[in-house]
Design a protein around this ligand. Structure first.
Ligand SMILES: *[C@@H]1O[C@H](CO)[C@@H](O)[C@H](O)[C@H]1NC(C)=O
Ligand SMILES: *[C@@H]1O[C@H](CO)[C@@H](O)[C@H](O)[C@H]1NC(C)=O
Ligand SMILES: *[C@@H]1O[C@H](CO)[C@@H](O)[C@H](O)[C@H]1NC(C)=O
Ligand SMILES: *[C@@H]1O[C@H](CO)[C@@H](O)[C@H](O)[C@H]1NC(C)=O
Ligand SMILES: *[C@@H]1O[C@H](CO)[C@@H](O)[C@H](O)[C@H]1NC(C)=O
Ligand SMILES: *[C@@H]1O[C@H](CO)[C@@H](O)[C@H](O)[C@H]1NC(C)=O
Length: 879
């Protein structure tokens, strides 16, 4: 009995509390209050909303509303908050949340100005809105089947307002539905696309402004061309494309979105895109937002909507960013490259697009094909699909038609190629990914194909030396970065003596070095190495400040990009000042940390952060793009993290359901790799000292990045331990020896890592969790269950059946090893990474964790570090 209860208590401590009620008077009073509240709520609901249906005898006016049977959605008249003309609209919004969020508007172009408006079902089966002077200001499209006098319009829990011709509500009786006429919102179950049989095209279009639902500039819709593809339009201009649908994926969408199930259906009758939530109780919506011009996915949690992902999200998402026969690659500073066999159309950067190095031989023989496969397929609106052809037939067809530029399989559903698609147009809107999307064959003269094969073979032969080359490159880039550090240390004197030779943010040449360690094998590596050497030469001449590795951003540019540090662009409060989101001229989104002028501690931390993080380049560390120094301003510019910090997911009742086991395991591994790099693999040894969930940021692919190096320390040579008189860090994550004696080492970071792993697995805060019955905090509780062989009960129920129990239990065991009381018993990060990633091998048995297992320390200074933003609080003085 006890484990069963513990299990439930851990998962839903609040909701299950009544089951373990102690009949004391306080609880009883609470129960009474709760009952009264419920009673009030029910009376309110029943009195104001008798029904979810109207028929030809009923109508809605004033503040009357319909509420769907399950109480999810409400329909009625509303006025957009902030609107000045007082016009009202019929809309549908969530009944269950306090922030009025309208998902559908009937009369979006014609508000009711002369009240009262009335919504009724006319005898001919149209929904009509009539204003105070009997003028019909809106009416729904004609019903698609004859309606009887028993017809009803019912608001469903899906948010669909459905007219049933005979009141039965069966699919055969549907005569009209609001889901066929979306506004700016796509809800689960809605079909976005084209229904050729019914002659309906469903798209979503932004509001004109937050107070005016009339159709605005942005529309997200399906375009049926050769292959179906979704586009975001601004007016008539395409600004983002999902990539063609190839039967298996939208070839331009690489993000993992756990918690969502997407479907694209494409057949002669209809083509559409729909989605559902793995957890149907979770409120979620897609919206075309007229302010940002983005397609956003939002989820409800912790009393607010948060954006889970959005498009376009980076410069490479811009439609056709690199022009014809070019492709965009975020890993390159210049972004744009030409397809193999092509060269830039012009040396001038402003002129985009590429042209053939050598003309095709067509109509004669002598052309061939070069395959690429890590690419978003080009815009396929004007491509031609041949459903019955094999790839070989297609190749012949392409060779026989001089305008043919490329071909690919049209449908790769289930890993089988079916049919083919031919492009006889310029190839537009391609983008490089790090994963294989699908093979695509680009037509080139045979001479180019031969040259490319020879180059590839040569690159293969060179591959055995790869390690050495990368070693050299890494070492060199390390030195370069050291140069940057030296520079940034002297920024002050320089800034005050002469005007800067400032780099425009759009031409941050210095960033080329940042990806060097990851340069893929082949020709590019060679040139990267050469530039690195050139730069080193420059640097060693103790160069002028023109050749910086840490780019300087122009204050003007930052002011423009943050709208003069407007409140709207502020996304959080870091340890030493506010953090803003900014969109640079070239569309890149960055986070700007601004040092508060008052903070003395801030100056120290600012320098520390610059000094340390500038030396570091790792996939699991947040990347510093540059700094901005002006007379009175000091700022750090980072890559922007779309998914905020880890705590906004794992500790949020709603959003943690989006983190399935696979995501969580990848996050644990990522943090471990980042920490391993800090401790053992970078040129210097760095102790982070403040590892916690809010200091782990998540990018758009949910890859974790350790951030906030404000209080990190660098160890030299063989140093392994240090002492500090001033203990800074965050309670709950601090190892006992650090909290009590100020001793810190790699092992104190490893302790924090162990706490973090337990939090990720359980979805509970170490400091927030407190089991009253057992008088245990999370660590103590985990240890107890583990010792009793009940480790499974720790696993967050929100992960559902995505969980791999044996791996999860191995993580718990590793975490418990990391939080052992004696630092010497805690494993090093290298062993942690090995233990986490190896399938077999027995792990040591953990000993009791090193905490005052009982009561947690008071939570007073904790809450300030928990905000729903990137770059949240740093050091909380432990006092
Ligand atoms: C609805 O409006 C009527 C009259 O304007 C008002 O008396 C009533 O309190 C309102 N009801 C609610 C629930 O707002
Ligand atoms: C609107 O029409 C109804 C019935 O047709 C009528 O009773 C009412 O007086 C009219 N109201 C106005 C303002 O014309
Ligand atoms: C979106 O669909 C509506 C029909 O629901 C249509 O009237 C409108 O023209 C479409 N908008 C665009 C931009 O395609
Ligand atoms: C792709 O092929 C699969 C399997 O034959 C089929 O079910 C699906 O409808 C096809 N998709 C398209 C877009 O043709
Ligand atoms: C498709 O063809 C039309 C008409 O020729 C042209 O206007 C349009 O730009 C083409 N689109 C693409 C993506 O090639
Ligand atoms: C070449 O292919 C394109 C697209 O499939 C087609 O429109 C054109 O008519 C073809 N030209 C010839 C000469 O077959």
């Amino acid at each position: 009995m006890s484990t069963d209860c513990d299990h439930r208590c851990l998962g839903h401590r609040q909701s299950h509390r009544p089951r373990i009620w102690m009949p004391n008077s306080r609880e009883r009073m609470r129960a009474h209050a709760l009952f009264l509240l419920l009673l009030l709520a029910t009376t309110f609901l029943t009195s104001s909303t008798a029904t979810d249906t109207i028929d030809q005898t009923a109508s809605i006016t004033g503040n009357q509303t319909l509420v769907s049977a399950g109480g999810i959605f409400r329909l009625g008249f509303f006025t957009p908050p902030g609107s000045s003309d007082g016009g009202t609209y019929i809309g549908i919004w969530y009944a269950s949340i306090h922030v009025q969020t309208v998902v559908w508007v009937a009369n979006r172009q014609n508000p009711v100005i002369r009240s009262p408006g009335v919504l009724r079902l006319s005898p001919d089966g149209r929904l009509v809105i009539i204003d105070g002077q009997n003028t019909t200001i809106w009416s729904s499209a004609a019903p698609t089947r004859t309606v009887t006098s028993r017809a009803t319009a019912r608001l469903l829990d899906s948010g669909n307002f459905l007219l049933s011709s005979d009141g039965s509500g069966t699919p055969q009786s549907v005569a009209w539905q609001s889901f066929d006429y979306p506004t700016d919102t796509h809800l689960p179950g809605m079909r976005l696309g084209v229904d050729l049989k019914a002659g309906i095209a469903r798209n979503i279009t932004s509001y004109t402004s937050p107070t005016d639902p009339a159709p605005g500039a942005y529309t997200f819709k399906l375009v049926i061309g050769g292959m179906p593809e979704f586009f975001l339009f601004r007016g008539a201009e395409k600004i983002y494309a999902s990539g063609p649908w190839n039967g298996a994926s939208l070839t331009g969408v690489q993000d993992k979105a756990e918690g969502y199930t997407f479907t694209v259906v494409s057949n002669p009758d209809e083509t559409y895109y729909a989605y559902s939530m793995t957890d149907p109780t979770m409120l979620s919506r897609f919206v075309v937002d007229g302010t940002s011009g983005q397609l956003q996915s939002l989820v409800w949690g912790a009393g607010a909507w948060s954006t889970y992902w959005y498009y376009p999200a980076d410069p490479c998402d811009s439609y056709n960013r690199c022009g014809a026969f070019g492709y965009c690659d975020m890993a390159q500073a210049t972004r744009c490259s030409c397809l193999p066999g092509f060269r830039p159309k012009s040396e001038q950067q402003r002129i985009l697009g590429c042209v053939r190095k050598t003309d095709l031989n067509c109509p004669g023989a002598g052309d061939g094909f070069w395959p690429v496969n890590q690419m978003k397929l080009p815009d396929a609106t004007n491509a031609t699909v041949h459903a019955d052809m094999t790839l070989d037939d297609c190749r012949q067809l392409c060779l026989g038609n001089c305008s043919c530029t490329a071909y690919a399989a049209a449908n790769v559903s289930g890993g089988v190629s079916r049919g083919c698609v031919i492009w006889a147009v310029d190839l537009l809107d391609m983008r490089q990914y790090t994963v294989v999307v699908q093979d695509m064959y680009i037509r080139l003269p045979q001479s180019e194909v031969d040259a490319l094969s020879a180059a590839a073979a040569a690159a293969n032969r060179r591959r055995p030396h790869r390690r050495v080359v990368i070693g050299v490159v890494t070492a060199i880039s390390g030195l370069l970065l050291l140069g940057a550090v030296v520079y940034c240390f002297f920024w002050r004197s320089k800034a005050s003596t002469k005007p800067q030779a400032q780099m425009a943010p759009s031409s941050r040449a210095g960033m080329a070095t940042s990806s060097m360690a990851d340069v893929p094998p082949g020709a590019r590596k060679h040139s990267a190495l050469r530039t690195a050497q050139d730069r080193l030469m420059n640097e060693s001449r103790m160069s002028s400040e023109k050749d910086l590795d840490l780019p300087l951003f122009d204050l003007e540019a930052i002011l423009a990009a943050t709208d003069n540090f407007s409140a709207d662009s502020k996304i959080g409060q870091g340890g030493f000042g506010p953090v803003y989101m900014a969109k640079l001229e070239d569309g890149q989104e960055v986070a700007v940390k601004r040092l508060s002028k008052k903070s003395v501690q801030g100056v120290v931390e600012f320098k520390n952060e610059v000094k340390l993080i500038a030396k570091l380049q790792h996939r699991n560390l947040v990347r510093l793009l540059g700094c901005c120094i002006d007379d009175h301003e000091r700022m750090l510019v980072y890559e922007f993290m779309h998914n905020n910090s880890l705590d906004t997911f794992i500790f949020d009742e709603g959003k943690r359901k989006l983190l399935g086991w696979k995501n969580r395991f990848e996050i644990i591994l990522g943090i471990a790799r980042g920490l391993l790099y800090l401790h053992e693999d970078s040129r210097v040894r760095i102790i982070h000292r403040d590892l916690k969930a809010s200091n782990v940021l998540l990018d758009r692919n949910m890859i974790p990045k350790i951030s906030d190096f404000g209080i990190a320390r660098m160890f030299g040579g063989d140093q392994t331990t240090a002492y500090t008189a001033k203990v800074i860090g965050t309670y709950g994550y601090m190892s006992p020896e650090y909290a009590m004696d100020g001793v810190f080492s790699m092992k104190s970071d490893i302790y924090s890592f162990g706490v973090l792993v337990l939090e990720i697995i359980t979805g509970k805060k170490n400091r927030g969790f407190y089991n009253e019955e057992l008088d245990l905090n999370l660590l103590g509780y985990a240890w107890k269950l583990w010792k009793e062989g009940q480790g499974v009960d720790l696993l967050d129920e929100a992960m559902g059946d995505t969980i791999d129990q044996s791996v999860a239990l191995r993580c718990v065991q590793v975490a418990l090893l990391c939080v052992e009381v004696h630092p010497r018993n805690r494993p090093l990060m290298s062993s942690v990474v090995m233990m986490l990633s190896s399938e077999d091998g027995t792990l040591p048995e953990p000993n009791e964790p090193g905490v005052n297992i009982g009561k947690s320390i008071s939570d007073t200074d904790y809450s300030q570090t928990h905000t729903a933003t990137s770059f949240t609080g740093t050091a909380v003085d432990a006092r």
